[in-house]
Design a protein around this ligand. Structure first.
Ligand code: ZN
Length: 291
């Protein structure tokens, strides 16, 4: 009997510690920082977001840590990009024994192809970012229907910001003379940006950062820069800057600064959110391409 009373007291204490079920946050894992930012914007303080590949990390070549398996095991939802970006993820999910729902944020986006591979960098078009956000909203709503109203309102607010962002990108690109709509970046991450906004990107690395360019690839790029009179080359936060600096030195093209492709920066950096990432890239492009 006494044990039963003790048990009742324990239950009462637990109930006092969490007075309403609604205060339990939905546990969400995002594979990389840009997705984590989308989830934060839609989930607000009702979700607890953990990002596997953090700021300035390279999601193409990530090696999961043992702590990642624990994060995935505890998650209700795992948000991934898909389109072949997170090749390391299926094994992680399997080894973690996670029961989480895996949500592919690019669902419904028509992928661009590079050779026979899908180009995974769909978030570089703001119109696609809208699709990511609506997919994330729908996933949060079905995982936690009691909070649906809040997720929908948050998503609507954020989507309006993305609409404004898309307009600003178009206005900024329109200021760049057509003959100067071409740049060099490190890896082939801007195909969707190019298709949406009409800036040509030439990249010595392939669609993944995994590949190393050969001496012949680099010589080809240098010839291209000279013959097309490409005005600027850009660094990326996830790639070694030496290759781009060397290409700049050999061709006389201007180093236009850093473009953020696959990763946000930390809070102190130039691109701690997706919206700041896009705004930074636009500023870097217009700064280098408008005389
Ligand atoms: Zn990439």
């Amino acid at each position: 009997m006494r044990r039963f009373q003790l048990w009742l007291i324990c239950l009462a204490l637990i109930a006092a510690a969490c007075p309403a079920r609604a205060e339990v946050r939905l546990n969400v894992v995002a594979s990389f920082s840009i997705l984590g930012d989308f989830v934060k914007n839609v989930g607000g303080d009702r979700v607890s977001v953990t990002t596997l590949v953090g700021p300035n990390g390279d999601v193409h070549v990530y090696t999961p840590a043992p702590s990642d398996a624990k994060k995935v095991a505890e998650a209700k939802l795992v948000i991934i990009n898909g389109l072949g970006l997170e090749g390391w993820l299926p094994r992680l999910v399997q080894s973690s024994g996670s029961k989480a729902v895996i949500v592919t944020a690019t669902e419904g986006i028509a992928p661009l192809k590079i050779g026979s591979d899908a180009d995974p960098h769909a978030w570089q078009s703001v119109a696609n970012a809208r699709i990511y956000v609506t997919n994330i909203r729908d996933a949060l709503v079905s995982a936690d229907p009691a909070t649906a109203g809040i997720y929908r309102t948050n998503a609507e607010t954020y989507l309006a910001k993305l609409d404004a962002l898309d307009r600003d990108v178009r206005e900024a690109i329109a200021q760049i003379p057509k003959a100067r709509h071409k740049v060099i970046s490190t890896h082939n991450a801007f195909g969707y940006f190019a298709a949406a906004y009409g800036i040509d990107f030439i990249a010595p690395l392939g669609v993944s950062t995994e590949s190393e360019p050969s001496a012949r690839d680099i010589a080809g790029i240098i010839t291209q820069i000279r013959s097309l009179k490409i005005p600027a080359v850009f660094l990326e936060n996830i790639s070694d800057p030496r290759l781009i600096r060397r290409i700049a030195a050999e061709t006389g093209a201007r180093v236009g600064g850093t473009l953020y492709s696959d990763s946000l920066t930390d809070e102190k950096g130039e691109a701690p959110t997706y919206i700041e990432l896009v705004r930074h890239n636009i500023k870097a492009l217009t700064g280098a391409l408008i005389d």
